[in-house]
Design a protein around this ligand. Structure first.
Ligand code: PLP
Length: 365
């Protein structure tokens, strides 16, 4: 008899880890709720409600080389990014979303059982990818207002020597920014600091950490086209890296990680970024209007946000049920069934008409 046992082949740490919980695909939700896709109001994944720029869509129509592998070095895209940020292209690497870059950074730095430092509540991919890479996550929770506990981070670094610290700015799920003073203090620590700026386009000018990459050798800044650029489905992100780490990243990345359509749409988006800026301004203005409206709902306490979403504490009601009852009406928001967040909901900023429908539904709940 064949004694082959597949379980002995699976790596132990992968068998032990919980799966990532992504949001459900749009068409699946539409079918499940019995509501057509175009009637769903999607405020659960911080996507751009206006979609890509028309010029990005045109770039996709214009494609004659889909049968040819894309440039493994994403040369033109990186040159464009180099001009936009005034950073040498050698320090820029593009990826299939910021998500891929998070995984690559962990894969080039961590040995099994090494530590990363994570400050939850925050984007869950940092701890998830640490699990995938057989590393361990040291958690230094944020304070009640979601700001960082700097002395606790410093103590943890001194005692446990984690290799990496991940910080989203603005942070997902609360939308708060990391101050320049806090970042400069953390950059003095003996570890690599990864600042994830997925939502920085919605924050005030001058709040990006990119200028600091010139002077700090332990700073990486990640960006994505998924949120402001409306290209979440095409999976394009990039990072600004210190020169010492890029050769290792080049070595291990999948050769064709950025697909040709994504690169073309991202380049068109950069070319027409002034136009996108108007759209970003509209989203910021809508965030302020949404915030004002949410504050008028007596059982919600919104947190001030610099991103394209607003986190609210739900007072005296079950937050999970609020999410369920909205979704039955075709309004999709995010609920996190996790300690510290289980009485909260996160709402992405949509179009003005989405705000109207949402607020009416919340008032009636
Ligand atoms: C903080 C943060 N970083 C990165 C991402 C993922 O970006 P990408 O779509 O480029 O993989 C998200 C998506 O929700 C996010 O919230």
């Amino acid at each position: 008899m064949n004694t082959f046992n597949p379980r002995t082949l699976l790596r132990d740490h992968i068998q032990d880890m919980p799966p990532y919980q992504p949001i459900h695909p749009f068409d699946v939700l539409s079918e499940r709720l019995g509501i057509p896709e175009d009637e769903l109001i999607k405020l659960d994944a911080n996507e751009n409600p206006y979609g890509p720029l028309p010029q990005a869509k045109e770039a996709l129509n214009d494609f004659s080389s889909l049968h040819i592998y894309p440039d493994p070095e994403s040369r033109y895209l990186r040159q464009d990014l180099s001009r936009v940020h005034n950073i040498p292209a050698e320090r820029i690497l593009a990826g299939a979303g910021a998500d891929e870059l998070i995984d690559l950074i962990l894969r080039v730095t961590l040995d099994p059982d090494d530590l990363i430092l994570d400050c939850p509540p925050t984007f869950s991919m940092y701890a998830f990818d640490a699990d995938v890479n057989a590393a361990r996550t040291l958690k230094v929770p944020r304070k009640k207002d979601f700001s960082l506990d700097l002395p606790a981070i410093e103590d943890a670094v001194q005692v446990y020597h984690p290799k990496l610290l991940f910080l989203a700015s603005p942070n997902n799920p609360d939308g708060g920014l990391l101050s320049r003073a806090a970042l400069e203090r953390l950059l003095e620590l003996p570890l690599l600091v990864v600042v994830d700026e997925a939502y920085i386009a919605f924050a005030p000018e001058g709040t990006s950490a990119i200028p600091l990459t010139e002077s700090y050798k332990n700073l990486i800044v990640l960006r994505t086209f998924s949120k402001w650029g409306g290209l979440a489905g095409l999976r394009v992100g990039y990072g600004i890296f210190p020169a010492w780490i890029t050769p290792a990243l080049w070595k291990i990345k999948q050769p064709y990680n950025v697909n040709a359509a994504g690169a073309a749409a991202a380049r068109a988006t950069l070319r027409h970024r002034d136009q996108l800026k108007e759209q970003t301004q509209a989203i910021i203005a809508e965030r302020e209007r949404l915030d004002k409206n949410l504050r008028e709902v007596p059982w919600l306490a919104p947190y001030p946000s610099r991103a394209n979403f607003i986190l609210c504490r739900v007072k005296g009601r079950d937050a999970g049920q609020v999410k369920e009852r909205l979704s039955q009406q075709g309004i999709l928001i995010r609920y996190f069934n996790k300690p510290g967040l289980d009485d909260h909901i996160r709402i992405s900023v949509g179009k003005p008409s989405d705000t109207e429908t949402l607020i009416q539904a919340l008032r009636k709940l």
